[in-house]
Design a protein around this ligand. Structure first.
Ligand SMILES: O=C(O)C1=C[C@@H](OP(=O)(O)O)[C@@H](O)[C@H](O)C1
Ligand SMILES: C=C(OP(=O)(O)O)C(=O)O
Length: 448
């Protein structure tokens, strides 16, 4: 079932090459944070290039429920009038975060140290994802969580009245957990410290510094030690959201496996905590180049050019790179199926707790389309069949997962027979213009 209506099956076919420019939407991680931090600042934050995907729209609605004013000015421009850290009012209704792990986990952090009670829910996918990874550290501040067994949504958070600062080492590599703890630390006196062994995306640290918080990161033997001074007055900002490298991954990978393709994907943020897929593709021998490499807002940005690459080889992706490409393994496995030799992906058990169990979802669909996949709890491996040799002809289950849906639509551009998906609805959570963008490049994507 689609999260927002009846399922919409879709098929993709190999046709001509993909050609042209792909202007992908704004970064999802940064869009959520722009709205939440804007709502916690005092005054008016202006955002341009906001991703208007369903996940982010659900976060915008939540911010309004807590008393912030959120205005859509059109063309990706939004204005948020914030209420200050600790200024959130108790909503009189349940907060529905839809399909979004980032939305619900960051918002739980933001309300955890406000003296209010809030009940959270989501769609069937979100309600099956683990939340104890956030409610456990929030309990250290004095926040109570009352919910279903196994730490699942729906759950109610009872905010700490007199929060105490915490020092917390994240047990899993997760920017959402790190961010939830830091957000709770904002409305807490004293210093909150988060330690992460493996670097995860650092948008919260960078953006909170931009909003005027005192936050520092020290790289030690323990890992990255992030220290936040509580109770700052966050200053409103003007935020230009960069384009999303996780969305860029789809036209890039589609071009690499579709004969004759040459696609330019302009203005993509290459923050090292996000760019692991592109390094991996280059190691496989992809014809993927960075043009016009520059710095914008303190971050590396480039135009990505991807051309058809029939000579790609399977590789072992180092586990240390996993966090920097965690959302990109599904589409990498599609490229791997078109490469020569085996691609091994290890240190990836977090893939099992995303919108779906992404190893299982991709393995089922790839196998159905004629590709051999092996898997264990923390790893999987795809036997490449060489360019254009995947048979196809199978309809894949997408399990309410946008990245699974888009990955299989890319696969179908390279297979002998069309590839189907049971539901394209979830694509709108992160990439609402995926279908027109891909068809504009020359792809054939058809609903029944
Ligand atoms: O903080 C974020 O914006 C995100 C963190 C990652 O999740 P985890 O923190 O669960 O790894 C990622 O998968 C998600 O798409 C966005
Ligand atoms: C895992 C993802 O998102 P979230 O955790 O926010 O649902 C994703 O976008 O791939």
């Amino acid at each position: 079932m689609s999260s927002h209506g009846a399922p919409v099956p879709m098929k993709s076919h190999a046709k001509g090459p993909l050609k042209g420019e792909a202007h992908v939407p704004g970064d999802k991680s940064i869009s959520h944070r722009a709205l939440i931090f804007g709502a916690m600042a005092v005054g008016e934050t202006n955002i341009s290039g906001l991703l208007e995907g369903q996940d982010v729209l659900d976060t915008a609605k939540a911010m309004q429920s807590f008393g912030a004013t959120v205005e859509n000015l059109g063309d990706g421009n939004w204005r948020v009038h914030g209420v200050g850290t600790g200024g959130f009012a108790e909503p009189d209704h349940v907060i529905d975060c839809g399909n979004s792990g980032t939305g619900v986990r960051l918002i739980m952090g933001a309300v955890a140290t406000c003296p209010i009670s809030v009940t959270f829910t989501g769609d069937a996918s979100l309600n099956s994802r683990p939340m104890a990874r956030v409610t456990d550290p929030l309990a250290l501040f004095g926040t109570r969580a009352v919910g279903r067994s196994g730490g699942r949504l729906p759950l109610t958070l009872v905010g700490a009245e007199n929060p105490v600062p915490v020092r917390y080492e994240t047990p899993v590599p997760s920017a959402q957990v790190k961010s939830a703890v830091l957000l709770a630390g904002l409305n807490t006196p004293g210093e909150t410290v988060v330690i992460e062994k493996e670097a995860t995306r650092d948008h919260t640290e960078r953006m909170l510094a931009g909003f005027g918080a005192e936050i520092s990161t020290e790289v030690t033997e323990e890992g990255r030690v992030i220290t936040l001074k509580g109770q700052p007055e966050l200053k409103p900002q003007t935020i230009v959201v960069p384009r999303d490298p996780s969305s860029a991954a789809f036209p890039v990978c589609a071009a690499l496996i579709t004969p004759g393709s040459d696609v330019l994907v302009p203005n993509i943020g290459l923050n090292p905590t996000r760019a692991g897929l592109f390094t991996t593709l280059q190691e496989m021998g992809a014809d993927l180049t960075y043009e016009n490499l520059r710095e914008e807002g303190g971050e590396p940005v480039a135009d990505l050019r991807a051309r058809y690459s029939p000579d790609m080889k399977g590789i072992s992706v180092p586990p240390a790179r996993a966090a920097s490409m965690i959302d990109e393994y599904p589409v990498l496995s599609v490229v791997a199926a078109n490469a020569t030799g085996r691609t091994e992906m290890t240190g990836v058990k977090e893939l099992r707790v995303k919108e779906s169990d992404r190893i299982d979802a991709m393995a089922r669909g790839l196998r159905g389309n004629g590709v051999s996949v092996e898997e264990g709890e923390d790893w999987w491996a795809v036997e490449g069949m060489g360019p254009g040799n995947v048979p196809g002809g199978f309809t894949c289950e997408t399990f309410l997962d946008h990245r699974i849906a888009m990955s299989f639509m890319c696969l179908g551009l390279s297979t002998k027979e069309p590839v189907g998906i049971d539901d394209s609805g979830p694509i709108s959570t992160s990439f609402p213009i995926f279908v027109p963008l891909m068809t504009g490049l020359g792809a054939t994507l058809e609903t029944d």
